[in-house]
Write a protein of this length. Structure first.
Length: 125
């Protein structure tokens, strides 16, 4: 085993050691997410959640649904370790990252002689 000295970054978390203690910072990780999804130049907000805004589940197909889920998942990772002030909002947005669907082989047959013996529920997020 080799001693590499004091850690400065691990799992995208910047580690700062000072006389006051140890500080963990995910700002580098969040900047990477913002750049990846082209949101780096957006204005920041002091309050990450406006309780007067009512969120609704998406009822139509969205081409960017996978991208949206990926952004929320990336932020969820950051809230688990260092950015607890946005944890509530990210958790709330997690509820809107997928659209569960139902599939039945005999969906169009209304008779008693239906042959289907199984059905599936699938969730793509």
């Amino acid at each position: 085993m080799k001693d590499l000295g004091e850690a400065s970054m691990i799992l995208s978390i910047k580690i700062t050691i000072s006389e006051q203690g140890i500080s963990l910072d995910h700002s580098h990780y969040v900047e990477k997410i913002l750049k990846k999804y082209n949101y780096f130049d957006c204005k920041s907000a002091s309050t990450p959640y406006d309780p007067s805004v009512e969120l609704f589940k998406n009822t139509s197909e969205s081409v960017r649904q996978t991208e949206y889920a990926s952004i929320i998942s990336s932020l969820r990772y950051a809230t688990d370790f260092t950015i607890s002030d946005i944890a509530y909002v990210v958790g709330l947005l997690c509820k809107f990252t997928s659209r569960p669907r139902y599939s039945d082989a005999d969906w169009n047959i209304l008779s008693d002689d239906s042959k289907a013996t199984s059905d599936y529920i699938f969730k793509i997020a």
